[in-house]
Design a protein around this ligand. Structure first.
Ligand SMILES: [Zn+2]
Length: 647
């Protein structure tokens, strides 16, 4: 099923989707409930009328999306409660509302509301979530009533075999029209996913469809069909197309590779899609090169066609009794790495060195064998004094007590915002600390890792508007030894990386932090490490801190930053943060920690600024927060009257 989250498959026309042979589209209840809302679907006679789609539609229940926005939701017996990212209203999504919404959307196949947990949670947490999912499944069946729309049950149970078997037994005892395997494709290895799939499919009835949710690559589809799965949904065909990746009968092709320049051949000689019939690789390569959106659309069209065709071929081989041969032959082909053409190296060594030193507006400066990134426009150097890795530990990771916080058995991830990815020093110091903890705990608990208490999952979100500094550092990796890890390569290439040693998800949000912050789940910790106000003034303004304070109003958030500037501290106080002294770092005797009111209300052990700072501020030339309106003096009142000075 091509994924049309918002009632549209990214950049694809309905004619092309119909032509690909897709029989079902997936749409998402959670997103459609918020936008455009139920009444629009009711007005247009459901999603089929609204998007003029004549074939079937399956709607996800919203359970997975609530799970993937962990900071903003609570789970109760009644249902899930979360904040709308559209208007910040609280929404209570119960099994009954999920089904009512799916009825209004007019889905041909509806899904039950389930509670998704990370596949790494403790057995007891996974069991509770599974049992809640079972009770919700019964409520969804009751809510469906006599509707002719099909309803699928979802088997949960994280990666525990006993829970998966139990969940399959309970769910298949209920009169569902089909069965889904949920809670996979959330960070587990492909071997774990395949084992888990086989355990569940063994317990499912043979006469109903089996649907593996959110999976996967073409190789994942082959392996899951081998284990008895019938249906899939995945965003990869269109998401990877955007990055220039195509799935073909010869393996993957990466259209960003220079080897494809000028190649006069179809993308996939075995494919009959519009893209392959109409254009050469050379043209598709060129569209990629000039970032023409049509390139994305044409590769997406091919990828969707290839997925549909792969499913058709698998079905034909099963019916013809030739599955085993097909499976063996395709296993290595489908995932084959792109090795077309010779590696390109006509650049001389001297040219390469020069290229490596500068990229976009940044250059590398080496001091005593340690690399630093310099912004050539402002002349400012990131982490100018210390070893960047050391500063990351002493100013951010250590004081934020990241390791202590991940030791908790809270199943909700620890969310950290890393504002100003730069050359990833803070992010990598965080990952190194959490991985070191996971390794010692696994070693301490012996080989039976399933009994070991998994540390709390970590969701690290890095904000950056320009990847050049990271790409530059990766090219000069001998000067940035902390980057010798799969993670920064993953984040540079895919903008996302999942840890294998520990439950870590690292996401990159590329663009302006000022706008992107509204779309990310609220953090517990913020590393506020962009260039200073001289280079990046908007980020340090009173207005920016006011927006940030609003976003963190409902959470206990601590923000760490390297500056101790009076203007910045005044902006934070005027915005409603509590402000404390941060650890000394390098030549700085002090840095700054801002606490949301909720963080300030609990025992935090931070040293809040007191009366002495306030009198110094009153006399200071740097009293005015950056960007404060000179006419409006409300900030003055807010700082003087701040509750932290009332003690
Ligand atoms: Zn094609």
């Amino acid at each position: 099923m091509p994924v049309g989250t918002h009632a549209a498959v990214r950049s694809q026309r309905r004619e092309d989707l119909l032509e690909s042979g897709a029989q079902v589209l997936l749409a998402n209840t959670y997103h459609l409930l918020l936008r455009p809302g139920r009444e629009i679907f009711e007005k247009f006679g459901g999603i089929h009328g609204f998007m003029n789609w004549p074939r079937s539609v399956l709607t996800d229940s919203g359970g997975f999306q609530i799970f993937s926005l962990p900071g903003s939701r609570t789970m109760r017996e009644e249902g899930a409660e979360f904040r709308s990212y559209v208007d910040n209203q609280t929404v209570h999504l119960s099994p009954e509302l999920s089904i009512a919404t799916q009825k209004s959307i007019g889905a041909d196949i509806m899904m039950v509301l389930d509670q998704c947990v990370p596949s790494t949670v403790e057995h007891s947490v996974a069991k509770d979530a599974m049992e809640l999912t079972h009770r919700w499944a019964k409520r969804c069946l009751a809510a469906r009533g006599d509707s002719s729309q099909a309803l699928f049950g979802i088997v949960q149970g994280a990666s525990y075999a006993d829970l998966r078997v139990e969940s399959a037994r309970v769910i298949t005892d209920l009169p569902f029209d089909g069965f889904a395997i949920g809670g996979l494709a959330v960070g587990e290895t492909s071997a774990e996913r395949e084992d888990c799939t086989a355990i569940v499919t063994d317990s499912l009835p043979a006469d109903r469809p089996r649907y593996l949710m959110g999976v996967g690559t073409t190789r994942d589809l082959l392996e899951a069909v081998h284990r008895g799965v019938d249906m899939f949904d995945c965003i990869l065909p269109t998401a990877l197309a955007k990055q220039g990746l195509a799935f073909t009968s010869l393996g993957r092709r990466d259209l960003r590779r220079a080897a494809y320049r000028g190649v006069d051949a179809p993308l996939d000689p075995a494919c009959v899609c519009y893209t392959c019939k109409t254009y050469s690789i050379a043209y598709l390569w060129h569209l990629q090169r000039v970032r023409e959106t049509q390139g994305w659309q044409l590769l997406g069209l091919h990828n969707i066609h290839f997925y549909q065709d792969l499913m058709r071929r698998m079905r034909a081989h099963i019916l013809a009794g030739t599955w085993a041969e097909f499976y063996r032959a395709q296993r290595d082909v489908l995932d084959a790495r792109d090795s077309y053409g010779p590696p390109v190296t006509h650049v001389t060594k001297a040219q390469r060195r020069k290229l490596a030193e500068r990229r976009g507006r940044y250059e590398v400066v080496a001091r005593a064998g340690i690399g630093h990134i310099r912004d050539t426009r402002s002349g400012e150097i990131m982490h100018p004094v210390d070893d960047p890795a050391e500063e990351a530990r002493s100013l951010y990771v250590g004081p934020a007590r990241v390791v202590e916080r991940t030791r908790s058995d809270d199943p909700a991830p620890l969310i950290i915002w890393d504002v100003g990815l730069g050359a990833a020093a803070n992010a990598m110091a965080t990952i190194a600390a959490v991985e070191a903890l996971a390794t010692t705990e696994t070693a301490a608990s012996g080989r039976a890792t399933s009994d070991a208490r998994p540390p709390r999952p970590l969701l690290l979100i890095s904000f950056e508007n320009d990847l050049d500094s990271l790409l530059l550092a990766l090219r000069q990796i001998h000067l940035f030894p902390y980057l010798r890890h799969a993670a920064p390569h993953g984040i540079a290439k895919e903008h996302r990386w999942f840890g294998k040693k520990a439950a870590i998800e690292w996401r990159l949000m590329l663009g302006d932090f000022g706008a992107l912050k509204f779309t990310a789940p609220p953090p517990e910790i913020i590393y506020f490490d962009p260039f200073s106000y001289k280079t990046d003034s908007a980020l340090w303004s009173l207005a920016a801190f006011r927006e940030l304070a609003q976003l963190c109003a409902a959470s206990a958030t601590e923000l760490f930053t390297y500056t101790y500037s009076t203007s910045v501290r005044a902006a934070m106080l005027a915005a409603g943060f509590y402000v404390a002294k941060g650890a000394a770092a390098g030549p700085k005797a002090e840095t700054t920690i801002a606490l949301s009111p909720r963080a300030a209300a609990v025992a935090h052990g931070r040293e809040l600024l007191g009366g002495e700072w306030l009198s110094k501020w009153r006399r200071s030339d740097a009293r005015v927060p950056f960007g404060a309106d000179p006419e409006d003096l409300s900030w003055q009142e807010a700082v003087s009257g701040h509750p932290q000075f009332r003690a």
